[in-house]
Write a protein that binds this ligand. Sequence first.
Ligand code: FAD
Length: 518
Amino acid sequence: PRPIKQLEAALEETASMRKNTKVKEAVIHWFKMDLRTTDNRALWEASQKAQEAGVPLICMYIVSPQDFEAHLTSPPRVDFMIRTLHKLKQDLAALNIPLYVETVAKRKEIPERILEFMEEWGASHLYANIEYEVDELRREASMVKLCADRGAAMVLFHDTCVVPPGALHSGAGKQYAVYSPWYRAWVAHVHANQELLSLFEPPAKNSAAAREKVAALFDCEIPDVPENKQLSEKDAKRFRATWPAGEREAMDRLEKFCDEKIGEYGKKRNFPAEAATSSISVHLAAGTLSARTAVRTARDRNKTKKLDAGVEGIQGWISEVAWRDFYKHVLVHWPYICMNKPFKPEYANIEWSYNSAHFEAWCQGRTGFPIVDAAMRQIQSIGWMHNRCRMIVASFLCKDLLLDWRMGEKFFMEHLIDGDFASNNGGWGFSASVGVDPQPYFRIFNPLLQSEKFDPDGEYIRKWIPELRGVKGKAIHDPYNRGAAAEAKKAEYPKPIVDHRESRDRALKAYKEGIGRD
Ligand code: FAD
């Protein structure tokens, strides 16, 4: 059975037991990818429970280096999470709520450690928001039962998406595999269930007496970033300046974007030299911002309360946030995409080139295609890449270099500060034409045309490839073939590693043969 079904079955099996569990000494909220106090559903519900029973609310977070390995979590992202935990601890302490953080070596130890912690503090209830990756859903299903076996209740909520996975079905009762009809259903569902955009207030303050009972937990230290995920001092400084952590920063970023840029989003969002997008993906990934708050805040700038009417930029932006929901719905319904498999089985037979020199050139931003190289240097430098460029470099990897999309997907997770399995897998599936609702395989981006169209003055290229700053005019898009070969050579900028026309033909052939193979 699909992991979500296992979880649903575990919840059903234990429903009456959970209902009858009496609150003992404390209620716990387990933070995962929901590192915020405001608009956090499970945290708010946990707080309500604790208040009703007059017991303390305790918050906990478990750091597992093995989990970071398993999810390929990038060092900047781990650093961002640890910085966020420091802020979260302060915010919760102001509400008399302790944030207890512990490191466990192995991820399989997490459930048992949480149960022990519950026993230590006499906690009868464990609250959490559901995570939708396969391992996480399975872990949650087993924890629901483990808790029940020990006379405790695990209470779970859908929180990370605006519309919970599984809520939308086509007329035939099936999960949508195409975005547009799914999006229309998503909008209609939110319009019919306006509470999906309601704000969950921060947790209520623990009383002084409740605080006293859990006083020892306030001394807990936030651990350092695990050794294998540490950034050099220079990198840490740059990442911290570019991506300040915490939910207040997330809200400021969102408000500023909605005040200054959202109106022009539709016109400018595809141009990487313009800072025209919100850059809140890092916050949505770490959970320092909820998708509900993102959509509600944008909607409230519109005169209409509709998501698909009014200012075009606002509608367009909301529909992009909806892509995030879409890919999580896809992941929950077709969990095999978590197992390195293409969404469409016939795409499993493409013969990739596995040319390691080409892969290395792509990773290093030294392919000789300036728009590709600029984007790859952007990700290396700040852990983030503009969406248009993500599509360009992904298409270049799979089609021009005929490299396995999974190599690119992995590299992105290892480097992005906003790495999110579902969105990343969805984006790679789209660009490599192997995913759900993909770019058709015969639509192959021409990197030069993409560069001329979306970075017409070469501003983005010059920003990220300093050695090409002296190249004037249109030659910036292809210096070796546009009259700037001498400058490019002097600057030791590489010649193009492939010929686009030839590699396009090669890709078309390989895709066609792969799909046709049994
Ligand atoms: P905005 O344009 O301001 O959009 C607002 C929010 O909408 C984003 O923060 C994001 O949460 C969501 N969103 C926008 N576009 C998409 C999309 N195509 N798919 C899913 N959600 C979207 N996004 C990630 O959050 N993590 C990833 O690991 C990731 N990997 C990607 C890999 C590839 C190959 C591609 C093509 C796209 C990937 N995306 C990923 C989607 C998208 O590129 C980023 O969400 C976006 O660039 C983030 O910048 P922003 O916050 O300024 O976006």
